[in-house]
Design a protein around this ligand. Structure first.
Ligand code: PGA
Length: 254
């Protein structure tokens, strides 16, 4: 059977200056027990990317940005392209995080363009989807997630082909930064639904290869239970990735 390697990703959001970032990477890198059993990824702010890349050295840690623009270059003040990220040493990019969607009005159409640009530039996109509390309480969670997938991955659907380098992340908005995690059953149910959607759109091979991360108040205390579910292939960690001890415990969850 195809084994999906777990991925533990730290999303630092708008936190840590360059020195703090370098200190944190070094501490994390010392704490990783085995890169054979788990992939580790860090997503610092843009300003720390180069320094973090250097501090990673030969350690097995992937570097990601938290966002990018879909154009290659031009008059887009304040934006960064996939090529620029790649040249800075990034291998991955987080796209469509709920904070980007809700605070900066990013739509799934925009995310689709970004996903395409990332893949063309050779970056692995981590595409986030998630429903709000209101949507969940109205019983719309599955419908909302399906809509976000349909539009955010529109180009792949048209080609009926999605590269296995794409990573999906289910992050219920009501669980992000709130301390309230989805129960492992709730999370598994949605992950299973997403995997079924991948099968219907891209076939069994893609379904078995694509990693689906869970995000939303992941901490050392709940990571093992979440990771024991068959369709949860990793974690996208915000708050608990800002401290070496908690993030290292999450990485070494086994
Ligand atoms: P959190 O954030 O772990 O602080 O809830 C997760 C995320 O937003 O990626």
């Amino acid at each position: 059977m195809f084994q999906r390697k777990p991925l533990i990703a730290g999303n630092w959001k708008m936190n840590l200056d360059i020195d703090e970032s370098v200190r944190l990477v070094k501490a994390i890198s010392r704490g990783i027990k085995s890169s054979e059993t788990v992939d580790v990824l860090l997503a610092p702010p843009f300003t720390s990317l180069s320094a973090v890349r250097q501090a990673i050295g030969n350690a097995n840690i992937f570097l990601a940005a938290q966002n990018m623009h879909w154009e290659k270059k031009g008059a887009y003040t304040g934006e960064i392209s996939a090529e620029m990220l790649q040249k800075t040493g990034c291998t991955h990019v987080i796209l469509g995080h709920s904070e980007r969607r809700s605070l900066f009005n990013e739509t799934s159409e925009m995310i689709d363009r970004k996903v395409q640009a990332a893949v063309h530039a050779g970056l692995f996109p981590i595409v986030c989807v998630g429903e709000t509390l209101e949507q969940r309480e109205k019983g719309q969670a599955f419908e909302v997630i399906e809509d976000q997938l349909v539009v955010s991955l529109k180009n792949f659907r048209e080609d009926q082909d999605m590269p296995s380098s794409v990573i999906l992340a289910y992050e219920p908005v009501w669980a992000i930064g709130t301390g309230r995690t989805a129960s492992q059953e709730e999370a598994q149910k949605m992950h299973q639904f997403i995997r079924g959607w991948i099968r219907r759109n891209f076939g069994v091979e893609t379904e078995t290869q694509i990693r689906i991360l869970y995000g939303g108040s992941v901490k050392p205390e709940n990571v093992a239970d979440l990771m024991s579910e068959p369709d949860i292939d990793g974690a996208l960690v915000g708050g608990a990735s800002l401290k070496a001890d908690s993030f290292v415990k999450i990485i070494n969850f086994k």
